[in-house]
Design a protein around this ligand. Structure first.
Ligand SMILES: *Cc1c(COP(=O)(O)O)cnc(C)c1O
Length: 396
């Protein structure tokens, strides 16, 4: 399939250059943390208009909430509340709902998404403390243990499962164990991990976990969801400083008539329903995570063969997005590298680190070994074009 209007990827390719590698719909492959490449059938599923009261549509919503709960083995004591907006909307909703006005949040920070939670607390005037580790160091459960013992005012702990800033995996089960032992609520931003990394509600006690439609679940962007302990959500009634982000209100309304309070992102939900079919067909978390791990392995091995160095040792790396040090060779200019890869059909991502010059390549979304190998060939050709001789970083 090719599309009628030329994609920018082809429009800017020089006539003599190689044909770019493009997705089945003629788009470049998104090797980014999101939005991500979706399958043709997920995009196709959006070609319908539904009224929000349509019984078929209400059934789709019901099914979606049940399936999301099942992914974390949530039982009768858990509920799923979807919410319009990007991932940050539902992170903000989680903090505003679950941390009471007189509560205090301890945020485990090792990247931009942890810091964003602090910013949300600033906006909401919620008391918080941060426990920070460097971007290449996981959250520290022992330090958390000491912090909770030292400060009885802390009511909740917030953690990012995979900190997408670097791609680091935080030790969720250990953090959850410490929070539970101290009787504090745990709030999890699992945005870039949900569906690819195991999270079992029977083993990890949390008040709430949030994620979105368009990361590892491979739907279109446009909605997030919160999986909450029913009792914790019930206790959150009246906490939200925001009407549109009031998860308790959204939940009560949805339990009542099966409908969203405000205009639902109908096309996004239809796409998500289809994406969940494909997720289940792939074997759920084990299958999806397995494909991403293979993508990640091919990427890391191939980039190391070209001389690049990863920020993280393999044991801290989540199979989601990989941070590479920028080569010290002055002929390596990220903007040029980016543009030329884009022309070859691959979109990568700038670094977001404060500790080192870097860039990132994602391995999630509707892509597999074939695309990862093609991306490596594109990287190699681009380096040759740029006359980059060595990809070793400045001393790290
Ligand atoms: C992507 C992401 C978010 C939300 O980002 P949006 O751009 O608002 O969708 C939040 N936390 C993490 C860890 C993420 O990876």
């Amino acid at each position: 399939m090719s599309r009628s209007s030329p994609a920018p990827a082809t429009a800017t390719a020089d006539a003599a250059g190689p044909a770019p590698s493009l997705s089945p719909t003629g788009d470049p492959w998104l090797l980014t943390p999101g939005p991500l490449t979706t399958s043709p059938s997920v995009k196709q599923a959006m070609l319908h208009d539904y009224g929000s009261r349509d019984l078929d549509f209400i059934e789709v919503n019901h099914r979606m909430r049940e399936r999301l709960l099942a992914i974390v083995h949530g039982g009768a004591e858990h509920v799923c509340v979807p919410l319009q907006g990007s991932g940050t909307f539902v992170v903000e909703a989680m903090l505003g709902n679950f941390v009471p006005r007189d509560g205090k949040l301890l945020i485990l920070v090792n990247g931009a998404y942890g810091r964003r939670m602090a910013k949300i607390c600033d906006y909401y005037g919620r008391a918080y403390a941060m426990q920070e580790t460097p971007e290449d160091v996981p959250a520290d459960p022992e330090a958390l243990d000491r912090a909770l013992a030292a400060d009885a005012a802390i009511t909740h702990v917030a953690v990012v499962h995979c900190e997408t800033t670097s791609g680091i995996l935080n030790p969720l089960p250990a953090v959850a164990e410490v929070a539970a032992r101290h009787g504090r609520g745990l709030l999890i931003d699992a945005m870039s991990a949900f569906g690819a990394l195991p999270l079992d509600a029977r083993e990890v006690r949390f008040d709430a976990v949030v994620a979105s439609s368009n990361k590892c679940l491979e739907g279109s962007p446009g909605m997030g969801f919160c999986i909450a302990r029913r009792a914790a959500l019930q206790a959150a009634k009246g906490n939200s400083p925001s009407l549109s982000l009031d998860l308790h209100d959204q939940w009560v309304a949805m339990e009542g008539n099966g409908q969203w309070r405000f205009t639902p992102p109908t096309h996004c939900i239809l796409a998500f329903d289809r994406a969940l079919d494909e997720f289940e067909a792939e074997g759920g978390v084990a299958g999806r995570g397995g494909r991403y791990r293979e993508n990640c392995r091919i990427l890391v091995e191939g980039m190391r063969r070209l001389g690049f160095q990863t920020l993280l040792p393999d044991e801290l790396q989540a199979p989601v997005i990989v941070t590479f040090h920028t080569p010290a060779d002055p002929r390596f200019v990220f903007e040029t590298f980016y543009d030329r890869l884009r022309r070859r059909g691959f979109v990568i991502y700038p670094g977001k680190l404060t500790v080192a010059e870097s860039f990132r390549i994602g391995c999630i979304g509707r892509l597999g070994a074939e695309q990862m190998r093609a991306a490596l060939r594109a990287v190699e050709a681009t380096l040759a074009e740029m006359s980059v001789k060595t990809c070793a970083p400045a001393a790290v």
